[in-house]
Design a protein. Structure first.
Length: 134
């Protein structure tokens, strides 16, 4: 059965964390959210250095984080990878830069509010789906 083989080929098994509690294993992923919170310091990066440089920087750093997360042979490397992914996400920074350029000056506040509401609503819909459908 191919699905069973794919299940066994995961980082819990490879790092011998099968006997650890779920809380211990999930703590590795929490590093992404820590990085996400600290990543707010890069909020003005697109305004200062431009979108293109910001996107290139985010792309390179996120790839480094993904490589560490996927191929790290220790939990510490995977935690660092998750942290880097969260720290250099730039999603909201770039989105606010785009909205600032697309909306006229008198409507920028409306654009920022719509962006925030839309971004929040995606998590709401996913969580409702996971709670009631899945």
């Amino acid at each position: 059965d191919r699905s069973k083989e794919e299940f066994i080929d995961n980082w819990y098994v490879k790092l011998d964390r099968v006997c650890n509690s779920m809380i211990e294993n999930n703590s590795a992923v929490s590093y992404q959210f820590i990085g996400f919170g600290i990543g707010i310091i890069f909020f003005f990066f697109p305004s200062i250095y431009g979108r293109r440089k910001s996107m290139i920087f985010a792309l390179v750093t996120n790839h480094i984080g993904c490589i560490l997360t996927l191929f790290g042979d220790s939990l510490s490397l995977r935690c660092i990878g998750f942290f880097i992914q969260g720290l250099f996400h730039f999603k909201m920074s770039l989105s606010f830069t785009y909205i600032g350029e697309l909306f006229p000056e008198q409507n920028k506040t409306l654009g920022y509010a719509l962006l925030t509401a839309f971004d929040s609503s995606t998590f709401l819909w996913v969580n409702l789906y996971l709670k009631y459908v899945d």
